[in-house]
Design a protein around this ligand. Structure first.
Ligand SMILES: NC(=O)c1ccc[n+]([C@@H]2O[C@H](COP(=O)([O-])OP(=O)(O)OC[C@H]3O[C@@H](n4cnc5c(N)ncnc54)[C@H](OP(=O)(O)O)[C@@H]3O)[C@@H](O)[C@H]2O)c1
Length: 225
């Protein structure tokens, strides 16, 4: 086990985050994962769990301190929310919009920046979960505008990490998982959690060592910003 690659997955209590934990574990990775609440019942036994609500700065600091002696080959910030179902900027309260942008754009990048020093130089991969809906080119009609705008903000703030990731010579990824059957994606989604998570892990492994900032979906298709 000492030669195993090590991953830190932020937001892994369910859905795609837990799916990625499963795939990595099956491929022999040693995984540390975070949850806001209880450890998920279906989690692989080998996973080390840490409590984290990404919106709480003291909790982010505590996780950083607790993991300060660790080195990771992959850090994946997956946590995210959809925001109000109606997705209407006029109906949404200021507090709902603040929470959406805090959870999807601000906190993931703060988390990533704080944990980046733990990532191995050169081969390390720092990945943040976005959506193709964030793209002005891929989402021309502004489908789900509030959610999509929060992920567009995430993409630009992720780009802001590039100076730091270049110094460390690691690869920076903005990942689109496809449309996935989770609590967020719903039952009509085209992909199972296993299909999406397998593809996402394939991209982590394929892009390690490449450097730069890539906007890529689970299948390996490169997306336009
Ligand atoms: N499903 C899709 O089709 C799809 C498409 C494009 C992008 N995405 C993105 O993929 C990611 C995962 O989505 P999913 O479909 O797996 O959704 P999900 O089943 O709703 O899971 C969301 C995950 O994020 C965690 N989370 C939310 N707020 C958090 C916070 N403040 N601190 C820590 N963890 C938090 C949740 O933890 P709790 O259990 O504690 O709530 C849960 O583990 C999200 O970023 C989403 O925007 C999904």
């Amino acid at each position: 086990m000492t030669d195993s690659k090590k991953a830190l997955i932020i937001g892994a209590s369910r859905g795609i985050g837990l799916g990625v934990v499963d795939v990595l574990t099956k491929r022999g990775w040693q995984v540390t994962a975070t949850t806001r609440d209880a450890v998920p019942a279906k989690a692989p036994a080998s996973v080390e769990w840490v409590k984290l609500d990404i919106n709480k700065s003291e909790a982010r600091e505590a996780v950083k301190d607790a993991l300060s002696a660790s080195h990771f080959d992959l850090i994946f910030v997956n946590a995210g929310v959809f925001g109000p179902d109606h997705q209407d900027i006029h109906q949404a309260s200021d507090e709902e919009i603040i929470q959406l942008f805090l959870t999807n754009a601000i906190s993931p990048v703060r988390c990533a920046a704080q944990l980046l020093p733990l990532l191995n130089h050169r081969t390390g991969v720092l990945a943040l979960m976005t959506s193709e809906l964030s793209s002005l080119n891929e989402n021309e009609v502004a489908t789900y505008p509030l959610y999509s705008a929060s992920k567009a903000a995430l993409n630009m703030l992720t780009r802001g990490l590039q100076e730091q990731t270049e110094k460390q010579e690691v690869t920076l990824l903005s990942v689109h998982p496809g449309w996935v059957q989770t609590d967020m994606g719903g039952e009509s989604a085209t992909l199972t959690i296993e299909e999406s998570s397998t593809g996402i892990v394939d991209q982590f492994e394929a892009l390690s060592g490449k450097g730069g900032h890539h906007f890529v979906e689970y299948s390996g298709r490169k997306l336009r910003w």
